[in-house]
Design a protein around this ligand. Structure first.
Ligand SMILES: Nc1nc2c(c(=O)[nH]1)N[C@H]1C(S)=C(S)[C@@H](COP(=O)(O)O)O[C@H]1N2
Ligand SMILES: [Mo]
Length: 200
């Protein structure tokens, strides 16, 4: 048997997978601005909107009947922890757009959550396989503290862009800051460019 300290040791440079200013964590910290909401699946729905106008709404059963995509990705929190090889499954935003017959969405969006959280993204940052509305983590329903029943997953950007308890995506013509972006965090949030705060 190898000794405990030896198991899971990684090369010091983490194979170039650790963005600047980040350190690796093995656990999975919970970061929420408020309490974890209690969500009933019978009342749950997900809406795609064009500005104020609803384009399509899915119930929990309808959303689960959409094509499901599985990914393994590294995630990076602006508080400097990164976690490698996290496994998620859910609906790719490309498939969501296809199901809503929205071929040419406006260039920006706000993801909205049922705790009042929101975050802004460029539409190009969620297309072509870059983002999911995740329903599973490690082959199990996402634990409530981590955003279950459904959370956005945009792993190439800092993790505050991955809105937990997400229930709507609203496409908009202009960039409009969300919850943390209004409080000083960067509109884009690329960890490889250390886009942590407005002005970075
Ligand atoms: N709805 C909602 N989503 C949220 C947050 C939140 O407070 N509410 N916190 C964000 C922040 S700052 C981070 S770092 C990640 C943390 O996700 P985790 O708790 O699963 O690690 O969720 C993001 N999504
Ligand atoms: Mo965060």
């Amino acid at each position: 048997m190898p000794t405990r300290g030896f198991v899971g040791r990684r090369p010091a440079d983490s194979g170039g997978r650790l963005p600047p200013g980040q350190h690796l964590t093995e656990d999975f910290p919970v970061l929420s601005f408020g309490p974890t909401p209690r969500i009933q699946l019978d009342n749950w729905n997900f809406a795609l909107r064009l500005g104020p106008r609803p384009v399509k709404t899915w119930t929990w059963a309808e959303f689960n009947a959409l094509p499901q995509t599985s990914v393994i990705r590294d995630i990076h929190c602006v508080t400097t922890w990164s976690k490698f090889n996290t496994k998620w499954e859910g609906v790719d935003i490309d498939d969501l757009l296809r199901d809503a017959a929205l071929t040419d969405p406006p260039p920006f969006l706000l993801a909205h959550s049922c705790d009042g959280y929101s975050t802004n993204l460029a539409t190009s940052d969620v297309r072509n396989g870059k983002a999911l509305v995740a329903l599973k983590y490690n082959d199990m329903p996402i634990p409530p503290d981590h955003g279950g029943p459904a959370r956005l997953l945009v792993p190439h950007l800092y993790f505050w862009k991955s809105a937990k308890w997400v229930n709507a995506i609203q496409f908009i013509p202009d960039n409009t800051p969300g919850f943390w972006e209004l409080r000083g965090y960067n509109d884009h949030g690329d960890p490889w460019k250390e886009e942590r705060y407005q002005g970075d």
